[in-house]
Design a protein around this ligand. Structure first.
Ligand code: CP
Length: 316
């Protein structure tokens, strides 16, 4: 693997999941792989899990780690080419990416959707520019349209907790007052389409995800119907893709409660975190035995380790 931007960079998804599970059993067996190499983790947006789990995974592999909050710790970066830089961005990505690439062997980047212009967000300009100018492998720590390290951790978690060969996995939209990107939901669908699962996506009308991510999933607009017989319920809010970035509904009846979870086949609850309690999901679900959110977050470390190991192998 050269870059790790999406599932399309992964040669063998099942091998990568197994690699994560093996790393969990023996975290330090590949400590020599990253020796004398450095990874730079660039955050254009906030993070708890991605930041710490990727840093820890890199350290498990023997990598040196530099973390930077772009725009706070550094100059603001201009991504567009050929512009007059008379705004608040003091440095161009052409120089910044090349300079960071001269210090680091791998660069991880988090840069969310701005939710103003769909074409612009879905073009992933920040990642394309770093890919073009940094001359080192780029790792996606959540982009405008995808969150592959989260999705890999989700795959590992489902592998660990499934009790059926082909579980029913339901991605359900949850209510929220803020406009959130589609990245986690897009990516979850994209990865689940490669897994041996029955994938159902449920959301109010107007919240359809981009077809290239939905793939072969069944789309159901009735949440209760979708939840029937589910083995895993993956909750997430996202803003509208069609009416780009808009909040079309805050319908509280979409919040996950124990009554909703009772429709499942003793289903487990998953969410990437962070989440607002009793807005998206009731305390009773999160604090109950169905919730896998802590196990899922813990698996972020092993997902990151598996992905970074593949990137390091690609550099040999
Ligand atoms: N799930 C996730 O990516 O968490 P953070 O935003 O805290 O990194």
């Amino acid at each position: 693997m050269n870059h790790f931007l999406s599932i399309h960079d992964v040669a063998d998804v099942h091998q990568l999941i197994t690699s994560g599970i093996i790393a969990k059993r023996n975290p330090f067996s590949d400590q020599q792989m990253g020796r004398n190499k450095t990874i730079g983790l660039l955050f254009f947006n906030s993070s708890l899990r991605t930041r710490i789990s990727t840093q820890k995974a890199a350290q498990n592999l023997g990598l040196n780690v530099i973390v930077m909050n772009v725009g706070q710790d550094s100059w603001g970066l201009e991504m567009e080419e050929g512009v007059v830089m008379n705004g608040n961005k003091a440095e161009h990505v052409k120089e910044a990416a090349a300079v960071i690439g001269s210090y680091c062997d791998i660069i991880g980047i988090r840069s969310f959707a701005e939710l103003q212009d769909r074409d612009k967000d879905y073009a992933e300009l920040v990642f394309q520019q770093f890919k073009k100018y940094a001359n080192v492998p780029i790792v996606n720590l959540e982009s405008a349209t995808r969150h592959p390290l989260q999705s890999l951790a989700d795959c590992i978690t489902i592998e660990e907790f499934k009790v059926k060969k082909r579980p029913k996995v339901v991605l359900t939209w949850l209510p929220h007052f803020k406009a959130l990107p589609q990245a986690v939901a897009n990516s979850f669908c994209e990865w689940m389409n490669h897994m041996d699962v029955e994938l159902v996506v449920t959301h109010p009308e107007g919240y359809d995800l981009a077809p290239q991510f939905v793939g072969n999933a069944q789309v159901v607009y009735d949440q209760d119907k979708a939840l029937e017989g589910a083995d895993f319920v993956y909750g997430k809010n996202w803003s509208s893709y069609q009416e780009y970035g808009r909040v079309l509904s805050q319908d509280p009846s979409w919040m996950l409660t124990e009554a909703k979870m009772a429709l499942t086949d003793n289903g487990k609850f998953m969410h990437c975190l962070p989440l607002r309690r009793n807005m998206k999901v009731a305390d009773e679900v999160l604090d109950g035995p169905r919730s896998l959110v802590i196990e899922q977050a813990a698996n972020r470390e092993w997902a990151a380790q598996a992905a970074l190991k593949e990137v390091l192998l690609g550099m040999l």
